[in-house]
Design a protein around this ligand. Structure first.
Ligand SMILES: O=C(O)CCC(=O)C(=O)O
Ligand SMILES: [Fe+2]
Length: 262
């Protein structure tokens, strides 16, 4: 697609209910979201961590924190940069991943520190070297969470037909003490958590936790959430815009030393 047209579509696709909520209390919104954006590094270093409004969501063994991390213009600039720069898996690796997770329809990419690899839905995934926009986000997340993330999994949902099935991110390679930090850009989508005991064979009736993941939002999945609760992004045919989700993770195993038994 021609770049200007792509840019227009990306910016169009993120208006709606999220926009109103996002603009509340955000005085320092940089101008001209789709014109010539201010340098991302400068804008992102100006994000005031202390001004963020957090929603805490707690249930038995579920602990989430949700906020709008980036104002709309910054989130749109990030989405645009990532649409230009991220290289998604193609060929065999993409095919294996689809077979491994039948309910996975979106495109994926992984970036991180040199030599890192991560086994995700049965597939060993090598990390490409950090891209500049990803480094900026990683650095903001270090300020927000106090954790140094070394790996990011990127999922691109081209429209509301793309989805992700129920799963837990409880792989052995992950440092279980570090929350998974999930940044959403683009089309707002529904997301839910379901307790493992309320899946077949059902032991208990535990209510699902549902939320909307807005453009520029950050969701922290704190421990022990991923040991007990599945999460999923169901399809939404009416949601036609592109969505890019980045889950920042702390991987503890190095290339060649990962356990291949799972
Ligand atoms: O797209 C999302 O919001 C979820 C992605 C996710 O759960 C994952 O990458 O493990
Ligand atoms: Fe996940």
């Amino acid at each position: 697609m021609e770049k200007a047209a792509k840019r227009r579509r990306l910016c169009d696709g993120v208006s709606g209910p999220g926009e109103e909520r996002q603009s509340e209390g955000e005085a320092s919104e940089p101008k001209s979201p789709c014109g010539s954006p201010p340098a991302l590094s400068r804008v992102m270093s100006q994000i005031q961590i202390g001004d963020l409004h957090w929603n805490k969501i707690k249930r038995t063994n579920l602990d989430l924190d949700y906020t709008i991390l980036f104002p709309k213009s910054v989130a749109s600039s990030l989405l645009e940069a990532l649409e230009d720069q991220v290289e998604y898996f193609t060929g065999d690796l993409a095919r294996v991943r689809c077979l491994a997770m039948a309910q996975l329809t979106q495109k994926t990419a992984t970036y991180g520190d040199p030599g890192l690899t991560y086994k995700y839905s049965g597939v060993q995934t090598p990390a490409r070297p950090w891209l500049e926009p990803l480094q900026h986000i990683r650095d903001v997340l270090a300020r927000v969470t106090g954790h140094d993330y070394n790996f990011v999994l990127i999922n691109r949902y081209k429209d509301g037909n793309d989805k992700m099935g129920e799963h837990k991110d409880d792989e052995k390679e992950l440092d279980a003490k570090v929350p998974i930090a999930s940044l959403s850009l683009g089309q707002e989508r529904n997301f839910y958590f379901k307790h493992q005991d309320s899946r077949p064979p059902k032991k208990f009736n535990i209510e699902k936790v549902q939320m909307q993941l807005q453009h520029g939002s950050l969701l922290l999945m704190n421990p022990p959430t991923n040991q007990f609760w599945y999460h999923a992004l169901p399809p939404r045919k009416a949601s036609q815009g592109v969505r890019v989700n980045l889950t920042f993770r702390k991987v503890v195993a190095r290339l060649g030393k990962t356990d291949n038994s799972t």
